[in-house]
Write a protein that binds this ligand. Sequence first.
Ligand SMILES: [Zn+2]
Length: 309
Amino acid sequence: MKIFFSKYYTVKTPGHVFRADKFRAVIDLLLREGVINKKDITAPAAPSAADLKLAHSQAWVRKNLEFRFTPKDSALAEIKITRAVALAHLMNAGGTLAAAGAALRDGAGVNCGGGSHHAFRGHGGGFCLLNDIAVAVKKLLKEKRVKRAMVIDLDAHQGNGTASILRGDRRVFTFSMHGSEIYPPEKEKSSLDIGLRPGTGDAAYLAALRSELHRAMDRFRPDFAVYVAGADIYRGDALGGLKLTMGGIKKRDAFVFGECRLRGIPVALTLSGGYAVKFSDTVRIHANTVKAAMSSFRNPRRPSAAPAA
Ligand SMILES: [Zn+2]
């Protein structure tokens, strides 16, 4: 299974709660533990303007490609948009596109980054500039490589940008399970939103996920999925407000990949948020998710051989 990562993902954001160096740290941990080796890692190409315009306005695409941001753009994204920051976001979108392509070939593809679900069609938001999820989904649909795509967004925050961009496209189902009391203050409407009370722990979280995702997949029958696997549902997270243990998050990941595998649905993994007070906890949780993807799809079923779920 391929894992996509670019050296351009790493950008210094001193003092900012979003540490872009976490993705490099995940790669290093996986290498150190022998889960992956260097030949598994592929650097993605930057997405084209045409790809980005599938999900974004022409004006926003131009700003991103020409690095012409205003102070208001930075304020909306809640991150100072330097050239390096913009390049990181661009390459992250390339990584998710590449992971989506790999998923169709191999059953699963991993972007060791991505999941910028707060980026809207014409502006950034919540540390996100380009919605890599929507770009990848729109591209596979346009190329008729998939017919029905599901976004499984289990980051602690609602996938508001994704919901906004993809709303009205009947070929896409956006599933978002998130804390109801945290950012974004005004939620968008996903195909299915499950708002969780602050302090929700393993048992209640997993029960809701198992019943709701199972049912949504039964009804929608996607032939492709993007998994937005935020680590910020962890009880040690500074922003998420939920109380899942690392073991609970492992069960979350096993369930998602298990459902996809059982139904023969190729899945592209994006890592998204994660702001644990202890940096190494965020890195460990993301690495666990990559491991779950790898073990679940070591012997993938070919999508065409899948039973009608
Ligand atoms: Zn988040």
